[in-house]
Write a new protein. Structure first.
Length: 410
């Protein structure tokens, strides 16, 4: 059975989380809104983006607050996913809810996530559970977060609590979401908390994340041998002309470093690879030259074909692959349906050529809190009205549903 569905993460949809991100948001909201005012994109902020709460010019946009109130409305959201033909759903457990104080575990919150899993199962939807999708409990952040070696042990202890509680209900576990993006944004470019610029901390963070994954992997497999464990890895299609030796060399360095380094570090502790695919990077005597194609609301080039190349490259690991994220910010829903259709076409081409792809989970089920950009980028199959919390299924979501129905038995 091929897995079709969508994904979310706790901090981006639940609402009322208290962690290092929620604290950072409060301190930075005004400044982020000011920056958006001072540096609008080329041509200015489009009208369809720059009104209401979720406007980049409004400080409220940058505070996750009630988010989508998914913490209370998950049944309603899963009902919509089911009506769209989804048979799989990826979500994350919020560490700061489970362990708000170091070593103190909140049983009620564990029960909450048990109910979330039950709600999925009751609708015939396979849960894909992410243990960590970026925010840290405040105590862990105060201790220095992932750049400290001991964080790997703390993560493993948290993971153990969850796994014991859900071992019979969950088969697919994603220990970490995009460790390489996290390490880069938090410790190199300083875009996200704790906003550091330190190469040393960057490398330490990557090493400790890999350690944390390995510990968690062993715990999960000890508790349930049949569990399938992986990470969600952001891989980029580095596109270079094979004729040019400089470009080819740059591509090979980039592939090794960005796409494979972390996967190689954990290669004996993975049962599947979760692929988050968003970017092509065209190499032409340097990195990052794009061809000025159609872009999404966040300015990202739309290049569905990239997924084919990335999948083909991942085949080297001889593991099943699940696409755990792929999507675009598209407030008007102008490109999403076509983008999904083409992406799936390229995925199927890779599958036909022997790549063991077993699922496609679109990012995201709902519009949500897009980290430092706030609410304005609209990634959802379902549109959110953040004032009323009303949900409306987008046209592209229905088209995706039709595609799922057509392809059900691939
Ligand atoms: C992250 C998501 C994020 C998405 C779109 C991925 O890097 O895992 O949390 O919302 O990209 O930017």
């Amino acid at each position: 059975m091929f897995f079709w569905g969508a994904a979310t993460s706790a901090h981006q949809v639940e609402g009322e989380n208290k962690n290092d991100w929620s604290e950072w948001e409060k301190k930075n909201a005004a400044q982020l809104a000011e920056k958006a005012k001072q540096n609008p994109p080329k041509g200015g902020w489009p009208v369809y983006i720059s009104v209401g709460i979720a406007s980049p010019l409004n400080p409220e946009n940058y505070i996750s607050g009630a988010a989508c109130d998914h913490y209370n409305r998950y049944e309603e959201d899963f009902e919509m996913a089911k009506s769209l033909g989804h048979n799989a759903h990826r979500f994350s457990i919020e560490w700061s809810r489970i362990e708000p104080e170091q070593g103190k575990f909140d049983e009620q919150e564990i029960e909450h996530y048990r109910n979330v899993v039950k709600a999925l199962r009751a609708r015939g939807i396979e849960p894909f559970v992410t243990l960590w999708h970026w925010p840290l409990p405040l105590w862990a952040a105060r201790m220095g977060g992932w750049k400290k070696r001991r964080m790997a042990k703390y993560f493993a202890r948290y993971a153990e609590h969850i796994i014991r509680a859900l071992r019979n209900e969950v088969t697919y576990w994603i220990t970490l979401n995009e460790p390489e993006i996290y390490a880069k944004n938090s410790y190199l470019t300083g875009k996200c908390p704790p906003q550091k610029h330190s190469i040393l901390a960057y490398f330490k963070t990557l090493r400790n994340l890999a350690r944390g994954h390995r510990y968690a992997y062993r715990i999960i497999k000890k508790t349930n041998q049949n569990a399938m464990v992986g990470i969600a890895k952001n891989n980029i299609y580095f596109d270079a002309s094979p004729k040019n030796i400089i470009d080819r060399t740059l591509k090979s360095i980039a592939d090794r470093w960005w796409n494979r380094h972390f996967l190689d570090k954990i290669k004996d502790t993975q049962d599947f690879i979760g692929l988050n695919f968003y970017f092509r990077n065209r190499i032409h005597y340097g990195f990052g030259k794009e061809e000025n194609r159609t872009v999404s609301d966040t300015g990202w080039e739309l290049y569905p074909e990239g997924i084919y190349h990335v999948l083909k490259d991942l085949a080297r690991y001889r593991l099943p692959i699940i696409v755990t994220e792929n999507g675009i910010a598209d407030a008007r829903d102008a490109h999403r349906a076509q983008f999904i259709k083409e992406t799936i076409g390229h995925l199927l081409r890779a599958k036909k050529e022997g790549v063991d792809v077993r699922g496609y989970l679109h990012w995201a089920l709902l519009d949500n809190f897009e980290w430092a950009k706030g609410f304005w980028p609209r990634f959802g199959l379902i549109e959110m009205n953040y004032r009323t919390m009303e949900r409306r299924i987008r046209k592209s979501a229905h088209e995706y549903a039709r595609l799922i129905a057509e392809l059900k038995d691939i």
